[in-house]
Design a protein. Structure first.
Length: 608
């Protein structure tokens, strides 16, 4: 949540700040603001709503001259969306400006302390505490003031700071909230994520916890929390510079759906060598894999749904017991973790607050952790014992598609690897699994090419009030993700149920014309799920079935059938989810919803 951009260099800062913030809109926000040093003062402009309002107020930055500045898109946590609560925030004399992403947990205590020192607050935010604390500790040395604030505040923060008395410097601070530094030819930048700086540089530094970055137009220096200078290595970002743009698609979500074949190939192909799964970054010996007694998969949202699928795959293929937890529940239920357990944390951003806390909970108990993440250098990637990257590239739309597909592939590969090492599958089975995995990109392309048929069907349900998704086994996991996609981007109430549970209360909600999406990809469960479908249609439901080619029996029970290609039963999620993604997308478009930025949602949930 929230986005930070800062710039210092030879160019005008405001247009760069606005452009960078536009690349971070996917993170979710309700207000925006920028601060620019104009040669005499730090000028600010803030607005409520979309970034275009701020751009119009400043004539795309032209009315705010200066080559040093910081900007912010805010997602309200402390205080309602308003100009007063929008960032940047000042100290009383307006000589220190601050932008902040995260939560200052002890801000009330600090606020009371500062009020006793005659500091006056003009906002309801926790961030203003930081501005006044900096003022309180500032005696001419910004680094000294910043380190003292770091020792006093509790919680998570990424900070961008400018001091009027040091107009040629931008300061950045990070603890448990993402922040990077970009080194460009015409100046240097800070940002919450890589897309904000790609237009200006590919050379970035990932700031780690409790580190300070000091940027001038020509140099970058780093310090630890004690104010001691440290050395850091830069990383070259090899994403296509157009990867964070729409490239002719109407929405980022549609573009990213069509990038799924490439995403699957990129995640899959480097890890299949000479007919075997080779995960070089796994860092686990065969003996360590054989010692695993239980796997705990911990994630949130769509990543959690991939974990539910992975439970069936790991248990069925590798015969390892698996527990799947929502990260927000895992950390508070005092989980029973044992010496030979493995905790897998799944997160697209690698910054999800609850998932990061679950990772730390596991590590505090001495349990081996593996992160499956998309963002290189993210907190989970750095803190997990080992990391497996999904290489999906930047995902801009809030509703995940390609990152979800990449996570599934990573989990399939792990399951095949573990099953082979533990002797649960034969070499012939390994070869068959890998052959089916390598077919998936082409099969996904075929399903995406069938979009017109799905679009036509979706147009019939733009005014739907309730939609239900049902399935058994892996099909239930697919249903969970299909339901989430529909509700999060179209705002239609939707629920997913294990098909066998319908008679335990849920079927009472079925009325004449109610749409039910039934997923049937597991051959051994066809007949049972078809029986559930008959129960639904007899009560007036209209049933959309997603099933595998050859299951023609379903046509006698369902009203509308979408077929997916044949693949191994463990991998069907990668195919069945495609028509459900398209269905949700076209319903949302038909309703006129903001597909890429659904209301009340953010791409990266970096606070509890």
């Amino acid at each position: 949540m929230c986005g930070i951009v800062g710039y210092i260099g030879d160019s005008q800062a405001a247009p760069i700040l606005l452009d960078g913030l536009s690349k971070l809109e996917y993170r979710g926000y309700d207000s925006a603001g920028i601060a620019v040093y104009d040669g005499e003062h730090i000028q600010t402009q803030k607005s409520i709503g979309r970034l275009k309002v701020l751009s119009e107020l400043t004539h795309d930055g032209a009315t705010m001259p200066g080559t040093v500045g910081i900007g912010h898109t805010r997602w309200a946590t402390h205080g309602a969306p308003s100009k007063e609560n929008a960032h940047p925030h000042f100290n009383q004399d307006e000589t220190i400006a601050v932008v902040h992403n995260g939560i200052i947990e002890n801000y009330l205590k600090m606020k009371k302390y500062l009020e006793k020192k005659d500091y006056h607050f003009v906002s309801d935010t926790d961030t203003e505490v930081v501005a006044h604390l900096l003022d309180y500790y500032y005696k001419g040395d910004p680094i000294e003031a910043i380190t003292k604030v770091m020792h006093r505040v509790e919680g998570s923060y990424a900070l961008g700071i400018i001091f009027l008395e040091h107009p040629g410097v931008v300061y950045a601070v990070r603890k448990d909230s993402p922040l990077i530094v970009g080194h460009g030819k015409d100046g240097n930048l800070i940002a919450s994520d890589v897309p904000a700086v790609l237009k200006y540089t590919r050379n970035v530094y990932f700031i780690q916890n409790e580190e300070i970055a000091v940027l001038t137009g020509e140099s970058i220096a780093f310090y630890n929390v004690d104010g001691e200078e440290i050395q850091k290595e830069s990383t070259t970002i090899d994403w296509d510079i157009n990867a964070a743009e729409k490239a002719g698609y109407e929405h980022f979500m549609l573009k990213e759906m069509y990038e799924q074949p490439k995403t699957v190939r990129d995640t899959l192909n480097p890890r299949i060598k000479d007919g075997a799964v080779v995960i070089e970054e796994l860092g686990m010996t065969d003996e360590e894999i054989r010692r695993i007694q239980r796997i705990h998969i911990v994630a949130c949202g769509s990543a959690y749904h991939t974990g539910v699928t992975a439970k069936y795959v790991f248990e069925g293929m590798a015969r390892i017991p698996v527990e799947v937890d929502l990260a927000s529940e895992f950390r508070y239920r005092n989980p029973i973790l044992q010496e030979n357990d493995l905790v897998i944390i799944i997160s697209q951003s690698g910054e999800t607050a609850d998932s990061l806390a679950a990772l730390r909970e596991a590590k505090s108990k001495g349990i081996k952790t593996l992160g499956i993440v998309n963002v290189v250098g993210s907190s989970i990637a750095r803190e997990a014992d080992t990391v497996m990257y999904t290489w999906a590239g930047p995902e801009i739309a809030v509703a995940t598609t390609k990152a979800y597909s990449a996570q599934l592939i990573a989990e399939y590969l792990l399951a095949v690897k573990f099953a082979q090492v533990r002797g649960e599958i034969t070499e012939t089975e390994v070869a068959s699994y890998l052959k089916d995995l390598q077919k998936l990109p082409q099969q996904i392309e075929m399903l995406l090419s069938n979009k017109e048929r799905i679009q036509h069907f979706a147009n019939r349900y733009i005014s739907a009030k309730d939609v239900f998704f049902v399935g058994r086994g892996i099909d239930y996991a697919i249903s969970m993700e299909g339901s989430l996609k529909l509700k999060e981007i179209s705002y239609i109430h939707s629920e997913a149920y294990a098909a066998g549970e319908l008679k335990h209360g849920t079927i009472s909600l079925i009325e004449e014309g109610t749409l039910v999406a039934a997923v049937l990809t597991q051959e051994e469960l066809y007949k049972k799920t078809i029986s559930n479908i008959v129960e639904l249609t007899s009560r007036g439901a209209f049933v959309l079935a997603v099933t595998t080619t050859g299951n023609t029996e379903i046509e006698k029970a369902a009203d509308y059938v979408i077929y997916i290609p044949q693949t191994n039963r463990w991998f069907t999620n990668s195919l069945a989810i495609i028509p459900l993604q398209l269905f949700s997308y076209y319903v949302s478009v038909g309703k006129g919803c903001d597909v890429d930025k659904p209301r009340n949602l953010a791409k990266s949930v970096t606070v509890e």
